[in-house]
Design a protein around this ligand. Structure first.
Ligand code: C2E
Ligand code: CA
Ligand code: CA
Length: 606
């Protein structure tokens, strides 16, 4: 019952009782009674306004209300009984007035306690039923007695209905509170949800002053594989364990579970540099092994950062949390462990939607091209092949990273068209190179999504028939996982036609030996994440060394990509690595430049 309706009920009941009252008394007494009674009801309503709100009264207010009401009840009752026993009208007025106490009681208890309700209603009720006795005893009519009883009953019904309404309101309020509490919690883990952290981010921004609010999305690497290995229940424990760690390191910073394997943390920092150093600390803490029941599990995380300012470069509907999550993807595709959201590279969902149709047009309008990055033999120092890397010079967005549109092409079913276009162009260019006297193995990236596409395989086989030299397809290990039997068949078909297979990004994915043994391949390409720093990082160096010897023991040639300096080149040579590729040797370049470069090298050698 709304507050306004409550007033109507109170006034309505007062008037009905007034009419009953009129039947036993005169008009003047009735007007006095009705006016007094309504005034009493209204005063009571105003006085106990909070009762009609959904918040329960504090215990102190309940006790105070109960004390006032009980005293007035007893006072009215005693006086009423005394008066009516002498046949006086005033006694009846008091008796009727007593019932407003019941309404008050009903409201005060507010559904908190049925006992209190009973205690507050029963005494006046008993008193009320005794009124007719006194009326009759003192010569009143039966009708007078019944009219008073009826008035009292109405008053009682009003009291109970107000009590019930208050209770319902409070139940609803409690339910709403519970629903909002649950909305702020992740059902599976009981950790705060993204809504919780979003509202805290808004609060933080209000009080952050000169500092910036930073959101870090902390994503567990290889989540799906890890979950496959340890099971869903343990995975949840792992997430909770990491969240506990976060809460210990930054007790006041709001954190949440943003999605299955991603935790979010909001904090303030003086500037981006400070935010980055906080992130490095965070990353170190997160990569400590987690104790799960009897086992220790090693985890690594990739962290994406977003600050409110980077929203300028992206649409407002992408929240700061989403931007941090996108930054995780950006970090992963750039092979970094931490990245700040790059709005320019991300573009906007609207423009990304049209990107694919633009891509199809870009094949014909000269915006799309292929650059070639040489692979050199560490033993002979000769360039033995090149990797074809697609490039898109977008008229508005500048040079687009292949990671962005290759992934999008995969997601939107356009990867077949992209793959075919690159392969055709690469084979054309290989013929041009051949005519110029450069016989190079042409490596083309082969997305995991096209490996099981029979039409694309047929297309590749047909095109490669006319190739001017060796062709190598670079696939990632994950390409095999979805449907290992079919992938194997496809690879066997490709290899039977003389196409070489390279396992790309080795070390970045699952790197399961069982899979590796089952992939019919010719080459193992060690991921650049390990190669780039191996000259300074002994752990990376050990990993590269073991990858080289693993390749050899499986009968594969080893290729290190991401060779950025001479020191790395020397180390790789000492390790017996076969081929190397990287900015330290040559950057990827267009065909024209490649021809010049190859010619220059040839002249030098000759
Ligand atoms: P990827 O196959 O691992 O290609 C090697 C990437 O490493 C290239 O980035 C290359 O420019 C970069 N790189 C080469 N040397 C160095 C170095 O010394 N240091 C560093 N930090 N990076 C180096 P790019 O061209 O941006 O390509 C990124 C990814 O996009 C490729 O990774 C590949 O997965 C995909 N991609 C590129 N072209 C194609 C394509 O034609 N088809 C498909 N399906 N994917 C492609
Ligand atoms: Ca590659
Ligand atoms: Ca690679």
């Amino acid at each position: 019952m709304a507050r306004r309706e409550q007033i109507y009920v109170r006034v309505g009941i007062s008037l009905i009782i007034g009419i009953c009252f009129y039947s036993i008394t005169d008009l003047a007494a009735t007007i006095t009674w009705v006016t007094g009674y309504i005034a009493f009801q209204l005063a009571e309503y105003v006085l106990f306004r909070p009762i009609t709100a959904v918040t329960p009264l504090t215990p102190l207010k309940q006790i105070a209300g109960l004390a006032v009401m009980t005293t007035s009840n007893i006072g009215f009752a005693s006086y009423g009984l005394l008066e009516s026993s002498h046949g006086g009208t005033a006694g009846l007025v008091c008796a009727c007035l007593l019932w407003s106490g019941a309404i008050l009681n009903g409201a005060i208890v507010s559904g908190e306690s049925k006992t209190v309700l009973a205690c507050s209603i029963v005494p006046p009720l008993l008193h009320f039923f005794s009124v007719p006795y006194f009326v009759i005893e003192n010569g009143g009519t039966l009708g007078s007695g019944l009219a008073i009883v009826l008035g009292g009953m109405l008053n009682g019904v009003g009291a109970i209905s107000i009590w019930a309404t208050s209770r319902r309101l409070m139940d609803n309020a409690a339910r709403e509170r519970e629903i909002s509490r649950l909305a702020l919690l992740d059902a599976e883990s009981g950790l705060p949800s993204r809504h919780a952290v979003l509202s805290r981010v808004a609060e933080l921004r209000k009080v952050s002053g000169d500092e910036i609010v930073v959101v870090a999305a902390i994503a567990i690497d290889r989540f799906v594989h890890l979950r496959g290995a340890i099971g869903h229940a343990l995975m949840i424990e792992l997430v909770i364990g990491l969240a506990d760690r976060l809460a210990k390191i930054y007790p006041d910073a709001p954190f949440a579970r943003l999605s299955n394997g991603v935790l979010g943390l909001a904090f303030t920092a003086r500037d981006i540099d400070e935010a980055k150093s906080v992130t490095c600390r965070l990353q170190r803490a997160m990569t400590e092994p987690v104790q799960l029941r009897d086992n220790k599990v090693d985890v690594s995380v990739t962290i994406g950062l977003s600050v409110p300012d980077d929203a300028i470069a992206s649409p407002a509907e992408v929240s700061i949390l989403d931007r941090a999550m996108i930054a995780v993807d950006q970090a992963r595709s750039a092979r970094q462990s931490v990245a700040l959201f790059d709005g320019r590279a991300y573009g906007s969902p609207g423009s990304n939607l049209s990107l694919m149709s633009e891509m199809l047009r870009a094949f014909d309008n000269g915006q799309m091209s292929v650059h070639y990055q040489p692979k050199i033999s560490l033993r002979s120092n000769h360039i033995v092949g090149v990797e074809a890397l697609v490039r898109w010079a977008h008229p508005e967005r500048g040079a687009l990273r292949p990671d962005l549109f290759v992934r999008m092409a995969e997601e939107t079913g356009h990867i077949g068209a992209l793959t075919e276009w690159v392969l055709r162009r690469a084979l054309d260019d290989q013929r041009t190179l051949h005519r110029a006297g450069h016989d190079l193995c042409m490596s083309v990236n082969w997305s995991a999504l096209v490996i099981n596409d029979v039409q694309i395989t047929d297309m590749a086989l047909k095109l490669v028939e006319k190739a001017a030299g060796d062709v190598c397809l670079e696939i990632t290990e994950t390409a095999i996982i979805g449907n290992p039997d079919l992938a194997r068949q496809t690879l066997d078909r490709l290899r039977a036609a003389g196409i070489k297979i390279s396992i790309d990004d080795y070390g970045a994915g699952l790197s399961s030996l069982a899979y590796l043994k089952n992939i019919p391949a010719d080459e193992l390409k060690i991921d650049r994440a390990f190669v780039m720093n191996m000259a300074n990082d002994p752990v990376d160096a050990v990993l590269v060394r073991s990858a080289v010897s693993l390749a050899h023991s499986l009968g594969l040639r080893s290729v290190a990509e991401g060779v950025e300096n001479k020191g790395t080149l020397e180390l790789l040579y000492a390790m017996g690595c076969d081929l190397a590729q990287g900015y330290g040797i040559t950057m990827p370049m267009p065909l024209g430049e490649l021809m010049t470069y190859l010619g220059r090298r040839q002249r030098k050698a000759g």
